[in-house]
Ligand binder design. Sequence first.
Ligand code: ATP
Ligand code: MG
Length: 396
Amino acid sequence: METSAFGAFLIKYAEIGIKGKNRYVFEDALMGKIRERLKSAEGDFEVTKSSGRIFVHASGGYDYEETVDALKTVFGICEICPMYEAPVSDIKTIGEAAAEYIRMTFPEPDFSFKVFARRADKSYPLTSMEIASEIGGMLLQKFPSLRVDVHEPEVKLNVELREKVYFYSDGIPGPGGMPVGTNGRAMLLLSGGIDSPVAGYMIAKRGVVIDAVYFHAPPYTSERARQKVEDLAKEIAVYTGPIRLHVVNFTEIQLYIYEKCPHDELTIIMRRYMMRIAEMLAEKNGCFGLITGESLGQVASQTIQSLAVTNEVCRLPVFRPLIGFDKNEIIEISQRIGTYETSILPFEDCCTIFVAKHPVTKPNPGIIRRHEGNLSGKIEELVKEAVETADVVVAE
Ligand code: ATP
Ligand code: MG
């Protein structure tokens, strides 16, 4: 196991919108999520809160890379600052420790800097200002290529006197957002494509717990397509926490629509039934909204007219976080979060026989409703059965 001289991390989080009473809820949720995620990293960690800041302390050896990687997946963290610790002592010894920190962090120290000092212990014989200027002076002496810039320093060296002295400078960016669980629950329509996993990630980032639903149509869609969706759910669960994935058998419904409705309207009518079923599952599972990976204009079923027709069957809000994104922007996110490689595997999430050559791009809601009328009498029973027989697997 690789041990690191950084004994601790300061965890910075965005403070906007978390003033007052909410702050505790937010901080406690964040600490809980950090503890959960750190179980996957080798080492023993203590997560504490002190004067409105969160610290992760490693007691003994730990795997630095694994720890940072785990922290990078916790929504709510905006920066992860590795800290070097030394005992509280006279200012000269603290200056030596500061020099050691610089050596460790910057192999060739050549930059402008400013020291920011803070003391929790007000009985220390020097003020924060004095500590900062003493340490600054000592570093200038030790490293001839350093220079002080109090206005726009390249490196901000923080020195904090608490039960120990802590040194840290720039942090590693975290994912931002809010801790999962601070913002309710929503149902993600998860297919095997590139978009929907990204959409789920983005809504979870705002603190929402994710449930997911996948519509499969065996034997028209393969077991491997289903496996791919389960894999994608696992990949986003790294960020969101465990996801309950509801697998709905959609074959009968799809065949019945195929039999009774004009083929250029198949996709749009199918999408309306997916939304209806997703909403029923959402309500059964305490979700406050639906999430899709739709992006305006991307395909026929995502023109503004198609979205309006799909949307009208739902009462719950439908979150479409990718609505204004170009495909290449969505791909960039999927690569960054690690779902892209799975998404581009070739197993289709929808059978080509159900896809018309020339699907309607400007569906008329009145006409769609009328054609859906062809289904009544039997469709209600099929929908009910699809909901009742949905398989649930937990992806984690
Ligand atoms: P994705 O890349 O997410 O598959 P897409 O570009 O292929 O999206 P569509 O196939 O039109 O777009 O689907 C639009 C959205 O509908 C998807 O992002 C997803 O949220 C939902 N969806 C589509 N097919 C399924 C399915 N079989 N099961 C669950 N949700 C689905
Ligand atoms: Mg798709």
